[in-house]
Design a protein around this ligand. Structure first.
Ligand code: SF4
Length: 521
């Protein structure tokens, strides 16, 4: 038995031997990974997400053991309880860990350290900056943000491009003369199908975890059919295949949606990235390499890099700046409970929702336009409580964690916190019709605004504009919509209001029976 050496706690999202929570010298102390029972029950997580996290964790433990580390995987009541057990068993001199990425674990660890219940002092490494995961330390982001009342992602993104010398020409100007190529990156779905995607069939270790997780009650979806990357080698292979085979189409078709095509031209690396199997620095470096080599057009490279260097870093900074208040944000006073259709796609006859929810149920994944412009848009227009929407995304998506979901859902999708977004992303059925093939087989008519058979996104959208008139009038990008609404006669306006009210009254509430307990993880 070792004694007197540090315990290195590797958090569930710190699965990379380059991070400082893993000592360079295997003899420096014991390495601990924990399966937290409380965390696994905090939400009705998708079984494929649980398999992903547990399989990646066990593969990482095995990899470290093969390299000579003294590794323990403990199944414990909570992460803190697991650390306490290991400190006691090994008479650990101190605990080293990364700063947790989620508020709940950060609070639990800080409390245990303060009260001395870990059994040894705690030393936390920043999860950002050189040699760590994110590009920026939390202090660096806080320094950039200062006490500004509003933060803008595009300003932050330009700073990051400049600071890290990404996609700049010899004069320090943006490559191609523009910071963003979004205008080129909004094409509707093409006639041709997306290329096939390499998936990763489970090995024996993953299959045993799938068997275990499939038997857990109160979770969502099935563990069977799991085929996400669970090791660093697989994650790098997935990244390279994306850059080689789908990167070219990523830019133009990143907003497009097709029935029964969950992957489209998307990279699918976020689950591995958010577990640290790969780092954002190497993702950006490989994307730049592919662009320089001609495999990735500039518009695709810029759009992809913006997600990693810009949006991902920005949201993580916002999360730590605004927690715990971000959980309570509800600027539009949305009070409708989460409808049943979010858990059961057979509960809706809106084809776009049926497709998007059904795909998440099947795979644990939906791409960003399904998240923002179908699921998030619907939740916004229907006035669903932000925290319930956020919890649903967190539970259901294989790449979702609180630091990802709260700012994405409360900020961008639901405009519950307007300090870091520019406008509500509200759209009528016309947007979904333009960007997908969903409407062709839907029982509703996307051309109709109200009345029997009208697309619900249409009357919900115009009712939203009507209900939030002061907000819309004050927003330069939206106020033109009021001119359209005001042109319609009162009969038309009343018909829209009535259709919307009738539709919302017919939504069944979800009966999940769970309560959120993440801070006890
Ligand atoms: Fe969705 Fe409306 Fe299109 Fe149906 S018609 S798929 S409800 S946008």
């Amino acid at each position: 038995m070792e004694d007197g050496k540090p315990v290195f706690f590797v958090g569930p999202w710190d699965l990379n031997a380059e991070l400082p929570c893993v000592p360079q010298d295997p003899a420096a102390g014991s390495v601990l990974l924990v399966e937290s029972i409380a965390k696994g029950k905090a939400l009705p997580f998708h079984r494929k997400k649980l398999v992903l996290v547990l399989s990646a964790l066990h593969h990482f433990a095995r990899e470290l053991a093969n390299r000579g580390y003294d590794v323990t995987v403990l199944r414990a009541r909570s992460y803190v309880d697991g650390i306490r057990q290991q400190v006691e068993a090994r008479r650990g001199s101190r605990v080293e860990a990364m700063k947790p990425r989620e508020w709940g674990l950060a609070q639990a660890l800080a409390r245990a350290d303060r009260e001395g219940t870990l059994g040894a002092p705690l030393r936390l490494h920043d999860d950002g900056g050189a040699g760590s995961h994110f590009f920026l330390t939390r202090q660096e982001f806080a320094g950039w943000a200062g006490d500004a009342p509003k933060l803008r992602m595009d300003t932050f993104y330009r700073k990051m491009r400049r600071d890290f010398g990404v996609l700049l020409d010899a004069k320090g100007k943006p490559e191609g003369g523009r910071w963003s190529f979004d205008k080129e990156n909004r094409k509707p779905p093409p006639d041709h199908q997306p290329p096939p995607v390499e998936r990763f069939p489970p090995n024996q270790l993953t299959r045993s975890i799938m068997e275990r997780v499939e038997g857990w009650a109160g979770r969502w979806g099935s563990a069977y059919g799991f085929d996400w990357p669970v090791t660093r080698a697989q994650a790098l292979e997935a990244l390279d295949r994306f850059l080689d085979q789908r990167g070219e189409g990523y830019g133009p078709y990143q907003d497009a949606m097709l029935k029964d095509q969950p992957w489209m031209w998307h990279s699918l690396i976020s689950p591995a990235l958010n577990l640290s199997l790969i780092s954002p620095r190497e993702v950006v470096a490989r994307a730049l390499e592919a662009w320089r080599g001609g495999a990735l057009p500039l518009a695709s490279a810029e759009g992809f890099i913006r997600q990693v260097l810009g949006w991902r870093e920005f949201l993580r900074g916002v999360y730590w700046r605004q927690m715990p208040g971000l959980r309570e944000a509800n600027g539009l006073q949305a009070q409708r409970p989460l409808p049943k259709l979010f858990w059961d796609p057979s509960a809706t006859d809106l084809e776009c929702l049926k497709q998007s929810v059904g795909q998440v149920l099947e795979t644990g994944y939906g791409h960003h336009i399904q998240r923002l412009m179908v699921l998030g848009n619907f939740a916004l227009l229907a006035g669903i409580r932000p925290l319930e929407v956020s919890h649903w995304f967190w539970a259901g998506f294989v790449d979702a964690y609180e630091w990802v979901e709260l700012p994405n859902v409360h900020g961008m999708a639901l405009f519950a916190d307007e300090t870091f977004t520019t406008k509500p992303y509200a759209a009528s059925g016309a947007y979904i019709h333009r960007m997908s093939d969903y409407c062709g087989s839907c029982r509703y008519s996307v051309k109709q605004r109200s009345g029997e058979g009208a697309c619900p996104f249409n009357h919900l959208f115009w009712s939203f504009i009507d209900q939030h008139r002061p907000l819309v009038a004050a927003n330069p990008r939206m106020k033109v919509l009021l001119r359209t609404w005001d042109r319609w006669d009162s009969e038309e306006q009343e018909s829209i209001r009535r259709s919307s009210a009738e539709f919302l009254a017919g939504l069944d509430e979800a009966q999940t029976g769970w309560s959120f307990e993440d801070d006890a993880c």
